[in-house]
Design a protein around this ligand. Sequence first.
Ligand SMILES: Cc1cc2nc3c(=O)[nH]c(=O)nc-3n(C[C@H](O)[C@H](O)[C@H](O)COP(=O)(O)O)c2cc1C
Length: 180
Amino acid sequence: MKIDKEKFYRVLAPRPVVLITTADKEGRTNAAPFSFVMPVSSNPPLVAFASAPQRHTLANIRETKEFVLNMPSEHILDKLWICADSFPKGVSEIKQASLTEMKSATVAVPGIEESIGWIECVLEFEKEAGDHVIVVGKVVNAEIKDIFWRDGEFDIPKAKPILHVTGKDFVVAERVVNIK
Ligand SMILES: Cc1cc2nc3c(=O)[nH]c(=O)nc-3n(C[C@H](O)[C@H](O)[C@H](O)COP(=O)(O)O)c2cc1C
């Protein structure tokens, strides 16, 4: 089965989804889901995501240089979907989706309380790539809720993180297999 090469990412699936929170220079918050996301370096700790140029998320990061990757779980999937709607700039998807803002440890941008964990970032650089812009952030703080951390490991079956397939299709991760 040949796949349209512009849709190659449908084969590179499912992909982890994060809800990225940002704020503009007036402090108005914003949240949007992103699945073009990857870790790029552990020392220094860097993470990247690809944003279409028109996203408010990107505009806000250019204004305030900060963002938070919030790790969503199955129980907020409907709310994540609301955050993907296009609201006017300045309207907070966090409030529209009835999610809860939570003070971050190191950046001014709030996280989302209902998340599994949070990765707080400061803009390192951005680079245009095709029809997207790669945003690379330096990780300045990373946290996971205690209930999802067991014996030094991320308790996936308990947390139920979500991955994106395409459109409205998602995968809920709940089974870990071990290599013998
Ligand atoms: C599961 C999912 C993943 C998405 N991933 C991306 C992505 O990686 N990059 C992107 O530019 N848009 C992505 N989008 C689209 C944005 O989330 C959507 O356009 C949103 O309204 C942007 O909000 P903003 O303008 O407030 O930043 C995704 C949407 C969904 C539902």
